[in-house]
Design a binder for this molecule. Structure first.
Ligand SMILES: [Fe+2]
Ligand SMILES: [Fe+2]
Length: 268
């Protein structure tokens, strides 16, 4: 039996998330014997969107594949990289005309691993049905590999659970992103798919989902617009390590990770 460990990291928030990965990802990979890293990068550029430079920074920190979500198009610099960079994905259930790829198959130490990026529709923009569109992608992917990781970027816990049960046994793992808050429901579903509702974020621990608390509070209290700013204290790394049997594509174990540091975040 051949075993691999895949690290999935939650939404990387601006400079704080980039700093944490740049400084600590190598150590975390060694500690957990990691073979492959998937990270959600929809908030990596100043808290919203992704740019060519911030994507490159993640790759040089040791991320193998970047997934995204509803903020993928928020920084127009994404168009300088989304076409032609197959290590950067956008949700597959966006309209077919959208640039970029929704899934791709990568080499993990000689083994093929597919990463598929999907997005939910409950309390979010109405896009193509993630359930039906995932089945289409999986049918194509299965011709080449049984190792399939899905980042399901979605708001509603129920939609995320239902999606994972719907695909239980069809894919290796379904991990949730988007809420930036790590849930404690990680498990292996009855037919062998690893699942967690949300893996959390890589950003400031002492913040409101990665942003400075003051503006977030003011928005709720006054119901008026206040400019969000990325919080730069207490960098945190959230994610899961999923151990798989690479011969049959089944998950063997899923473990949550959460590290909070007290560094002062500096620009590289
Ligand atoms: Fe996010
Ligand atoms: Fe999101």
């Amino acid at each position: 039996m051949s075993v691999h460990n895949i690290l999935c990291l939650g939404d990387i928030i601006g400079i704080t998330g980039r700093f944490a990965l740049n400084r600590y990802l190598d150590n975390i990979k060694k500690e957990h014997n990691i073979d492959f890293v998937i990270a959600n990068g929809e908030n990596v550029a100043n808290g919203i969107g992704i740019t060519r430079d911030t994507a490159k920074e993640l790759f040089s920190s040791g991320v193998d594949v970047i997934t995204t979500g509803n903020h993928v198009w928020n920084n127009k610099d994404v168009f300088a990289i989304i076409v032609g960079e197959n290590r950067l994905l956008r949700p597959y259930n966006y309209p077919n005309q959208s640039p970029g790829l929704g899934y791709y198959i990568y080499d993990m130490l000689g083994v093929k691993i597919a990463v598929l990026n999907m997005m939910g529709r409950t309390f979010m923009d109405p896009i193509d049905c993630p359930f039906q569109k995932a089945q289409i992608a999986i049918k194509h992917i299965k011709e080449r590999t049984d190792i399939i990781f899905i980042d399901f970027h979605a708001e509603a816990s129920a939609e995320k659970q239902a999606f994972a049960y719907y695909l239980d046994g069809e894919v290796t793992a379904v991990f949730g992103t988007h809420t930036h808050i790590q849930t404690s429901d990680e498990r292996i579903l009855p037919n062998g798919t690893a699942y967690i509702t949300d893996i959390g974020m890589c950003g400031s621990y002492d913040s409101v989902i990665g942003m400075k608390k003051e503006a977030a509070i003011a928005r709720f209290v006054t119901k008026m617009p206040h400019r969000f700013e990325v919080e730069t204290t207490s960098p945190m790394i959230n994610g899961v390590v999923i151990e798989i049997d690479s011969e049959n594509g089944k998950a063997k174990n899923i473990k949550r990770i959460k590290y909070v540091y007290d560094d002062v975040v500096e620009k590289k």
